[in-house]
Design a protein around this ligand. Structure first.
Ligand code: ADP
Ligand code: MG
Length: 431
C-alpha cells in the first residue's frame, strides 16, 4: 500500500521549502525529534489497516490515493501533491492527537504519523514440539514484531521437522530417517542434527549416563504404554530394549556429514534436549532479525533475551508448582528474574499417566528403567537453552550431589523440588 523511496536532492529542496512554509503557519505539524523512527498508521473508516515504519527522513505515497504524496523529515510530516511535490495540500491539514498527527484523506482514509514507541507483542504457536509456544517481544510496531515472530516460527518449524522421530518429510533426512536406517547405513544429515546428537553424546558423558539419547528403544515402550494409559511396561521388555542403548553405537562422521546407528535395534530420542536446543537457535534468528528484547516459552522451556520495554532489568519467569497437574494454571512455586538466560524445568507433572494410584511420568532413570523418583521438578537457569534443557533432565535423574557437580561444570543455577514440596537451590538461584 505504501511506497517508500529515499530522498533525492530535489526532495530535500522541496522539504526545505515545505519547512519554511510550515513555519509560516501552513497546515504542517512539527514535532520534537525523538530517538527512534516513526510509524505511519493507515486507517480505513476508522479501522487500522496497516502500520508501516518510516525513517525520520522519507517520502512516500499511498497506492490508494493517487496524487497525494507525503514527506517526513526530522520527525515532521507534510502532505504534498505527488505530481507537484513543492505544493502543500493545505486543505488536508494535520490534526494534532495524543498519538501523533493525523490527516483525514480522500477515500475514507486517515493517516496517522507518530513516534515509534516500543510495545510488547505476543504470538502463540500450537503446532511445534508437541507443546504450546509463546513468543513475546518488544517492537516498535506490529510489522517489526511480525518479522521477529516469523523468524522464530520458521526456525522452530524447521528444527521440529529435523528432530521429529514420528513423521517423514519430503526430501529431509531427520531423526526418524536415522532411526529407520539403524544397522543399515549411515545417513547424511544437516549440521544442526549432528550438533544435536553430539550434544546428546556430551550429555551422556557428563551425566555419567543419566541422560542417554540412544535410549529410544526403552523410551518408545514407555511412550506406547503412556498413550495406552492402562498398564506399566513389563520389566523384561524394558531390559531387552536396554540391551540396545549403547551410546558407543552412535557414529558421527563430521567430514562425511553423516550419522550411523551401528545397532539395528537402536533408536535415538532427543526429547531431553531437542526443544531447548531449538529454542536457542530460534532466539538467535530473532536477534539476527533485529530483536532486542524477547522471550520464548516452549512448554516450560523459557529463553529470554534483553530486557522488556518497561524499566525492569530482566524478564520475570514463573516456575510452575509441581503439585498441579494442568499446565499453565498459574499456581507458581516461585519466580525468577533473568536477563539473557534460559529457565528450563523438568517435572513429573508434565507428561504422565496413573496406574493403581501411582504416577508414571516421562523421565526414565537408565539404572532402573523406571520413572526417576528423586524430585518432583528441577529447574535450571543457564545462558544457553539447549544446555539448560539437557541439564534439567540430567539433574532430575541424578542424586543431588552429583547433580551439583555437573551443574558447576557448566555454570548456572538450579532448584530441586522434592515430592511434598521442600526445595533446595544453589546459592544464586534467581538473584
Ligand atoms: P520436557 O520434554 O517435557 O520438557 P525433559 O526435557 O525433561 O522434559 O525431557 C523429557 C524427554 O526426554 C522424554 O519425553 C523422553 O523423550 C526423553 N528422556 C526421558 N528420559 C531420558 C533419559 N534418561 N535420557 C535421555 N532422554 C530421556
Ligand atoms: Mg530437558
Amino acid at each position: 500500500m505504501i511506497q517508500r523511496k529515499p530522498f533525492t536532492k530535489t526532495d530535500i529542496f522541496i522539504l526545505s521549502a515545505i519547512l519554511l512554509i510550515a513555519a509560516a503557519g501552513y497546515a504542517f505539524m512539527n514535532r520534537a525529534a525523538g530517538e527512534g523512527g516513526l510509524n505511519a498508521l493507515i486507517y480505513l473508516d476508522g479501522e487500522l489497516m496497516e502500520t508501516v515504519s518510516l525513517d525520520r527522513d522519507s517520502a512516500f505515497s499511498l497506492e490508494t490515493l493517487p496524487g497525494v504524496g507525503f514527506a517526513v523529515k526530522d520527525g515532521a510530516a507534510a502532505i504534498v501533491r505527488s505530481d507537484c511535490p513543492d505544493q502543500l495540500c493545505v486543505h488536508m491539514g494535520w490534526q494534532r492527537s495524543p498519538a501523533g498527527f493525523s490527516a483525514c484523506l480522500p477515500n475514507r482514509v486517515t493517516l496517522v504519523i507518530e513516534e515509534a514507541r516500543s510495545a510488547e507483542y505476543q504470538r502463540i504457536f500450537t503446532d511445534l514440539f508437541d507443546t504450546t509456544v509463546v513468543f513475546r517481544a518488544a517492537a516498535k510496531n506490529p510489522e517489526e514484531f511480525d518479522a521477529y515472530a516469523d523468524a522464530v516460527s520458521d526456525e522452530l518449524g524447521r528444527l521440529h521437522k529435523l528432530f521429529d522421530v514420528y513423521n517423514d518429510y519430503d526430501g529431509l533426512n531427520n531423526l526418524k530417517t536415522v532411526n529407520a536406517q539403524a544397522g543399515v547405513s549411515a545417513v547424511e544429515a544437516d549440521a544442526e542434527l549432528l550438533d544435536l546428537i553430539e550434544l546428546g553424546i556430551e550429555a551422556y558423558e557428563k551425566s555419567g549416563g543419566a541422560v542417554n539419547i540412544a535410549m529410544g528403544a526403552c523410551l518408545s515402550i514407555w511412550h506406547d504404554y503412556r498413550e495406552d494409559g492402562t498398564a506399566v511396561p513389563p520389566a523384561e521388555a524394558l531390559r531387552q530394549a536396554a540391551l540396545h542403548t549403547d551410546i558407543e553405537d552412535v557414529i558421527i562422521d563430521r567430514e562425511a556429514g553423516t550419522v550411523f546407528l551401528r545397532d539395528p535395534e537402536m533408536s535415538l530420542d532427543a526429547g531431553a534436549l531437542a526443544k531447548g536446543f531449538a529454542v536457542e537457535r530460534a532466539m538467535e534468528r530473532a536477534t539476527e532479525a533485529g530483536m532486542e528484547a524477547g522471550l520464548i516459552n516452549a512448554g516450560g522451556n523459557v529463553r529470554t533475551a534483553g530486557t522488556p520495554s518497561d524499566d525492569r532489568d530482566g524478564w520475570n519467569v514463573g516456575i510452575q508448582s509441581p503439585e498441579l497437574t494442568g499446565f499453565d494454571d498459574g499456581n507458581l512455586a516461585g519466580a525468577v528474574r533473568v536477563k539473557d538466560a534460559a529457565v528450563v524445568t523438568s517435572g513429573d507433572y508434565q507428561r504422565f499417566y496413573t496406574v493403581d494410584g501411582i504416577r508414571y511420568h516421562h523421565i526414565i532413570d537408565p539404572e532402573t528403567l523406571m520413572p526417576a523418583r528423586r524430585y518432583s521438578s528441577v529447574t535450571v537457569i543457564h545462558p544457553d537453552s539447549g544446555i539448560a534443557d539437557m541439564l534439567s533432565t540430567a539433574l532430575f535423574i541424578m542424586p543431588i550431589d552429583r547433580g551439583k557437580a555437573l551443574l558447576s561444570e557448566y555454570g548456572g543455577e538450579a532448584m530441586w523440588i522434592y515430592p511434598g514440596g521442600a526445595a533446595e537451590m544453589t546459592a544464586n538461584f534467581g538473584s
